[in-house]
Design a protein around this ligand. Structure first.
Ligand code: ADP
Length: 297
């Protein structure tokens, strides 16, 4: 088992940040730890990476106990904290070299992680010269230096622009093919884009633990479409299996269909038949969205 958490409670003075939390993460899963700000996500991650101690309960990473086998846990886990602390005056290679020395990692691994995280084109630069997306890659390269089995990533996509977001999501997904990834986020779409499974936490308690595949098997989906012109709701309601339609802003419409069949091609045909152009077309998981809202409101 990659991560095992049993009845963890953590107090800051008299405030309970985590209350009797239990879950397990199997090998080579990408699990999203989803919850609103202040839910306890960072606290859980700091316990799993041995930075802080829980008040009650036990936890293990790679079958090593976070209290009694700290060193083994630290060599098993790569951690990207929320505010990725980088020495911005250093060059990328200097920074990785410095940390490789700390870990006692062979120098050849530096080139490997640069390759793995797509850092090569920027590897000769100073960290201060890098975009936020490339700085995240440096953070990921650093977390991967000692070739850990488990990666713990605290809000890894926060603050990225849309292109950087897609690149970093893809990178995390490809890393997740070989390693266990446990990542936190307060954004539901991040879970949909990257994860096999979601654990939802609210006010320090786990309120749901589900495989995305099971949620996707639900009977509803939302298609978000932007046309180049206004369309009457009544017109859109003529599409097959439409449950409801909402004009969210401008010419953007959120259409809920009561079927699990992918309805995007129907929306595309609808636009084509009515001489409309599509400026964006996305599918959202209605079940995950409603589950998250219901459980965290
Ligand atoms: P999240 O990562 O989900 O935003 P955190 O784990 O950072 O949540 O915080 C959970 C709760 O614990 C919040 O109410 C937060 O204010 C509180 N908290 C976190 N760290 C500390 C700390 N070092 N001292 C006191 N309270 C803290």
């Amino acid at each position: 088992m990659s991560i095992e958490v049993k009845n963890i409670t953590k107090l800051y003075k008299d405030q309970k940040a985590l209350n009797n939390v239990s879950f397990k993460v199997k090998d080579a899963e990408i699990v999203g730890f989803l919850g609103p700000n202040g839910a306890g996500k960072s606290t859980m991650m700091k316990i799993l990476t041995t930075y802080i101690k829980a008040d009650e309960g036990s936890a293990s990473v790679n079958n090593f106990d976070v209290d009694t086998e700290k060193k083994e846990v630290q060599t098993s886990v790569g951690y990207l904290p929320e505010h990725n602390p980088l020495y911005t005056d250093l060059y990328v290679k200097e920074y990785l070299n410095f940390n490789a020395n700390v870990y006692g990692t062979p120098k050849s691994r530096i080139e490997e992680v640069i390759e793995l995280t797509g850092l090569k084109p920027e590897a000769h630069k100073k960290i201060s010269q890098l975009s936020k997306g490339y700085r995240q890659r440096v953070g990921l390269a650093n977390a991967l230096l000692h070739n850990p089995d488990v990666l713990i990533l605290d809000e890894p996509t926060t603050g990225l622009d849309p292109n950087q977001l897609i690149d970093i999501r893809n990178l995390i997904k490809s890393i997740g093919k070989e390693k266990t990834v446990f990542l936190s986020t307060h954004i539901m779409q991040e879970v949909e884009a990257m994860c096999d499974r979601v654990i939802i936490i609210n006010k320090g308690e786990v309120v749901a633990d589900k495989y995305l595949k099971d949620l996707r098997d639900g009977q509803e989906q939302i298609v978000i479409v932007e046309f180049d012109y206004r369309v009457e709701d009544a017109f859109i309601l003529k599409l097959p299996k439409v449950k409801s339609v909402k004009n969210t802003y401008g010419f953007v419409y959120e259409i809920t269909f009561s079927t699990k069949e992918d309805m995007r091609s129907h929306v595309f045909d609808f636009a084509h038949d009515n001489d409309l152009k599509i400026l964006q077309l996305n599918q959202k998981n209605a079940s995950l969205e409603s589950l998250f809202q219901e459980l965290t409101k």
